[in-house]
Design a protein. Structure first.
Length: 255
């Protein structure tokens, strides 16, 4: 399992003292010292808002691709759990095209993490009767929200739904099928990396959809787009109308 110190930091660049990152951080987790912005990770919730506004694109996040490639070279069975956002990122209408492309990278198999969302939804339904007396319940599906509560509103921890995330549910499901496999979660954001430090974590590596796209591009592997490219509103309407396969209806809370 991958071990690391920092999930997100800024590169050592010559800051222009614009303070955009400081002003836009919702939890004030950035300090500037000697013309260098630094993220205070004990306060950071990994929302990446600072990165979006930085004019120098100074993002420096944990890159796990070298470790994944090393595992593949050592003949480890590496399975990818793919966040459903791959549909929009790669413009496909199903997993077959992206699975085919990722197998060329060396993945043994690729599975849609919407399967984990279905398991998580079942857990939520089981927990609702137990937690309804608490009044307001806060979904624990998004790691950014979980980090926000833990680090800045600990008095609300009792209102946080005590359930594993979609990523963990799917990793557990995959490891039952592939007991010796290394699990790679492919996410639209880096916030899920925070779960790698949690007790009971079953995911070995996390990469983003953008990192996957760059990896495929570097290797000269294309994901052939289907004629229909789903936009966000199209995907949302398809899920709510029941047009997409049944297990996609379980990800409604993400839309």
């Amino acid at each position: 399992m991958q071990r690391f110190q920092s999930i997100l930091q800024f590169k050592k660049v010559s800051c222009k003292n614009c303070y955009k990152c400081v002003r836009n951080c919702p939890v004030k987790a950035i300090r500037v010292h000697d013309h260098q912005a630094r993220i205070i990770e004990s306060q950071c919730i990994y929302c990446e808002k600072c990165i979006l506004v930085c004019p120098q694109d100074a993002k420096e996040e944990q890159n796990m691709i070298p470790a994944i490639r090393s595992a593949m070279e050592n003949k480890a069975q590496v399975i990818a759990s793919l966040h459903p956002a791959y549909l929009a990122r790669f413009g496909v209408t199903g997993i077959n095209k992206i699975r085919e492309a990722m197998k060329k990278l060396g993945f043994a198999d690729v599975a849609d993490a919407a399967e984990g969302a279905s398991l998580m939804t079942a857990q939520y339904r089981a927990l609702f009767p137990e937690q309804k007396e608490l009044g307001v319940m806060i979904s624990s599906a998004c790691p950014v929200i979980v980090q926000l509560i833990k680090k800045h509103y600990p008095h609300l921890l009792g209102n946080l739904v005590q359930s594993a995330s979609m990523m963990q549910f799917h990793a557990n499901y995959l490891k039952k099928q592939y007991p010796k496999a290394r699990i790679v979660y492919v996410s639209p954001c880096i916030s899920v990396m925070s779960e790698l430090r949690e007790p009971g974590n079953e995911v070995d590596y996390v990469i983003t959809l953008e990192e996957l796209a760059e990896w495929l591009k570097k290797e000269g592997i294309s994901v052939k787009e289907d004629r229909f490219r789903p936009c966000d509103s199209c995907l949302r309407d398809s899920v709510r109308s029941g047009y997409l396969p049944d297990h996609y209806s379980r990800i409604a809370l993400y839309l």
